[in-house]
Design a protein around this ligand. Structure first.
Ligand SMILES: Cc1cc2nc3c(=O)[nH]c(=O)nc-3n(C[C@H](O)[C@H](O)[C@H](O)COP(=O)(O)OP(=O)(O)OC[C@H]3O[C@@H](n4cnc5c(N)ncnc54)[C@H](O)[C@@H]3O)c2cc1C
Length: 437
């Protein structure tokens, strides 16, 4: 019997584990990632920092197997089942598959506040990524703010890189964090890591019930104003690293037609989505972290290779990590105040310069988009979508190709392949509009 051709989108921990499991299950595996190196957000295989031992073991396993790896390959369109279109360094590529595993990970959630567009205000993970890529930070003053475990991880990393971290502002209440901490007894590895991170940053004030209300400066950020449990406070700084948790990247699954309910891709016990032979793992199923992504990647890899028993054996472990994910979500739920930090002149859509005042009278995302171009710039709503959802409750659901910025030649070429014109002619008007955007 011919080996199933398994195509994997995303070379983070989830996609790497899926590739290893599928290849060990005797499938023919192709792995695509838009980054120059595998490893995703956390391992960033190409960065100057040495990956952890766990990461190293996955890189080693992957290298030992015959896996066709395509870095710098951005999947941007899917017009027909069994086929994805990608841009590989400006060249159009079409990848076909029998089974597809989507492991596109997640991204930071940004919530707008006055001054958030000033230079020097960046995502928490974003600043970490810049420093990992070689940007010097030594001696510079950083305030870290937002929500979630990433804040501590970033503080730890920046301290090691020589930054002067002035404060960590966590919007969640200490009661929620205490309950979360106690619950971590069931995940001793996570508890140990949280304690280690907090101890490493013990000199730095870690304020709960605290959030940024304004970033001040003219050419660049100079000062952060924040609301804390003891009233308003200010810190002088060179950088404000601010992220309010993560959101799953739903663009690829939506493009292929997978059912998404309340911000999470729906899957069965083998992680197959609503589309037959299309699997999804990691953050698009709900933010679960690296351990969850690794288990789910293996499950989907085995399932796609036809090794269903192997996949099912990992189900209890998956359930355990999904319980952890549910606790994480409960502990760091956004409080109403941080959803309302933006004021009328505050820009919400940075690509198209659309302010809160221009959006507030619309009833839904579609109307706002049509009248203001909110979400129609290069990021296609990846930044303002979650922000608008947090502020107005509008879901960003109209996903169209190209889901990521790509070379125009690749976009054109993707529509010229045999049969695509026909498929496009049969699709609804929205897709035609997208292609002419
Ligand atoms: C900015 C940031 C920083 C983080 N830092 C930490 C940290 O310090 N510590 C920690 O424990 N966790 C961190 N996390 C969380 C951690 O990255 C995830 O929990 C974990 O990596 C999930 O693995 P994954 O494989 O599901 O996704 P990811 O690691 O995000 O991998 C997804 C991969 O898919 C690729 N991709 C997505 N869409 C496409 C496409 N259309 N075409 C081609 N490739 C595509 C991306 O390039 C990426 O490499 C961070 C997350 C973010 C967003």
């Amino acid at each position: 019997m011919a080996k199933p051709r398994v195509l994997i989108v995303g070379g983070g921990p989830g996609g790497m584990a899926a590739a290893v499991a599928a290849a060990e299950g005797n499938a023919s595996v192709t792995l695509l990632d838009q980054n120059p190196a595998l490893g995703g957000q956390i391992w960033r295989g190409g960065g100057p920092t040495a990956p952890s031992t766990v990461a190293q073991s996955w890189f080693d396993r992957l290298r030992r197997l015959a896996i066709d790896v395509h870095p710098r390959t951005t999947v941007f369109a899917a017009y027909r089942p069994g086929e994805l279109h990608a841009d590989q360094r400006g060249i159009a590529k079409t990848f076909t598959y029998d089974r597809l595993i989507l492991a596109p990970g997640g991204r930071e959630r940004f919530l707008p506040f006055p001054g958030w567009t000033l230079p020097g205000v960046v995502g928490a993970g974003g600043l970490q990524a810049l420093v990992k890529s070689g940007m010097p930070i030594s001696g510079q003053r950083v305030v870290i703010a937002g929500s979630g475990p990433l804040l501590l991880a970033v503080a730890d990393y920046l301290l090691h890189a020589g930054a002067r971290v002035a404060a960590i502002l966590e919007q969640a209440s200490w009661q929620r964090l205490a309950a979360f901490g106690l619950g971590l007894l069931r995940w001793p590895g996570k508890l140990w890591r949280a304690m280690r991170l907090r101890l490493a940053a013990w000199r730095i004030p870690y304020l709960t019930d605290a959030w940024v209300v304004e970033a001040c400066g003219s050419e660049r950020i100079r000062k952060v104003k924040a609301r804390t449990a003891r009233g308003f406070r200010e810190w002088e700084c060179d950088w404000l690293a601010c992220g309010f948790g993560l959101v799953g990247n739903l663009e690829c699954p939506s493009l292929v037609g997978c059912r998404v309910v309340q911000g999470a891709v729906q899957v069965d016990e083998h992680l197959m989505t609503s589309i037959p032979h299309v699997y999804c793992v990691g953050e698009p199923l709900g933010i679960g972290g690296v351990d969850c992504a690794l288990i789910e990647g293996q499950m989907a890899g085995y399932a796609a290779a036809g090794q269903l028993d192997q996949a099912r054996r990992l189900l209890p472990e998956r359930k355990r990590w999904r319980r952890f994910a549910a606790r994480l979500e409960a502990a760091f739920t956004l409080r109403p105040e941080v959803r309302q930090l933006a004021q009328e002149p505050t820009i919400l859509c940075r690509c198209e310069d659309v302010t809160l005042g221009q959006l507030k009278d619309h009833e839904n995302w579609r109307s706002a988009k049509l009248q203001t171009r909110c979400g129609m710039g290069p990021c296609q709503g990846r930044v303002c979508g979650p922000a608008v959802e947090a502020i107005f409750g509008w879901r960003h659901e109209s996903i169209r190709p190209p889901i990521l910025p790509v070379c125009v030649d690749s976009l054109l070429a993707s529509t010229q392949t045999e049969g695509v014109q026909h498929a496009l002619a049969g699709s609804d008007a929205r897709d035609h509009n997208a292609l002419s955007n």
